[in-house]
Each structure stands twice: as C-alpha cells, then as structure tokens.
Design a protein around this ligand. Structure first.
Ligand SMILES: [Zn+2]
Length: 74
C-alpha cells in the first residue's frame, strides 16, 4: 500500500465519532460510501477512518499508529 498520510479535518470528527460508536456497538456495515461535495481530496480522511476502525488502541479519534493493524495499514 502506498504511504498515505492519515488525517482529518475538524468538521470530519462527527463522522469518525459515529463510525467508532458503530464499531463499539459491533454494528459496522459491511461497506460505507463516502462522497465529498467539493473537489477536495479526501483520501487522507478515508485512510484515517480505515485505520481508526482497524486500530486496537485508538484514542481521541486517532489510530495509535503502532499496533499490528496500524503497521499493516501503512
Ligand atoms: Zn493502532
């Protein structure tokens, strides 16, 4: 996988919070469609979301970056 930086913008936090809530409730859907109303590149946000959902030690809406799942994602 290409080395893509994972990050999010402040207004994307609510999406991350909802995704984490679904993860903790074990109600994650098998697929998610993400669309951007602008032409802004959202690949960093998508990477952040994927890592956050896979991470075993996520804190404050951020993946730890060092667990097995995070290392594999990079
Ligand atoms: Zn991690």
């Amino acid at each position: 996988m290409a080395d893509l930086e994972a990050s999010y913008l402040p207004w994307q936090a609510s999406v991350l919070q909802r995704a984490l809530k679904l993860k903790f409730e074990q109600r994650l859907p098998h697929a998610v469609m993400i669309d951007s109303a602008s032409e802004m590149d959202i690949s960093a946000f998508i990477m952040h979301l994927a890592m956050l959902l896979l991470c075993d030690q996520a804190q404050d809406l951020s993946p730890c970056g060092s667990c097995e799942a995070c290392r594999r994602a990079r």
